[in-house]
Design a protein around this ligand. Sequence first.
Ligand code: SAH
Length: 234
Amino acid sequence: MKRQKKIFYVLIPVIFIYGFIGVIDVYKSTREKMVNTQIRARGIENRIVIESMLKVPRHLFVPKNRISEAYHDRPVPIGYGQTISQPFIVAYMTEVIEPEKCIKVLEIGTGSGYQAAILAEIVDSVFTIEIITELYNEAKKRLHELGYKNIKVKNANGYWGWNEHAPFDAIVVTAAAEFVPPPLIEQLKDGGKMVIPVGSPFLVQTLMLIEKKGGKIYSKSLMPVRFVPFVRGK
Ligand code: SAH
């Protein structure tokens, strides 16, 4: 009886630890699969972007009842009518701004905080703005719990950017705007890049790359995309 008890005390923690490691490993290999089939296979080659996508635990950025969808090849609803972008789009937008050259990046549309975390693995500081207070609170808490000390989150209308921290080496806008907000162009550093979906809300938009060079603005269409609308007002 005593011996049985001893085995019980040893065995249970061992089973727990194995189970725990097992869970971690499941997501690690799921992430590897996501990166190989959705990201590398579609031409994303930047090593630091790939490493960041392999590292950030995407399943912790979706609602608990949607964890099984976290690594699927599509956006996932995060509540309040918003979505966490498809993994490929996150990787693509990150690669396009050449994050290895960036120190300070501004993101408009924090949502779950996933894109901010992907950027924060690469650049020195990330400033991210979310207009929906509930999502702002959730993302702020999540990013804090995950230990990201180089991300600042603000609850405001991103149309106005974040003037006190400007200029930014890059700006990533993750909601579809009908035009590029002029304050964001102003807050972009000379030589900086902005990636932004432009077009009518609820329709297909164009992902644009905006570059500032010698005070001039250059824009280039990258691909058709579908984003949630950029909210005006406030
Ligand atoms: N980048 C997010 C997904 C973005 S979904 C992620 O990784 O999860 C787009 C987000 O932009 C939504 O959360 C929406 O509320 C926010 N948004 C829309 N218009 C905005 C505005 N004017 N200012 C700030 N955030 C805005």
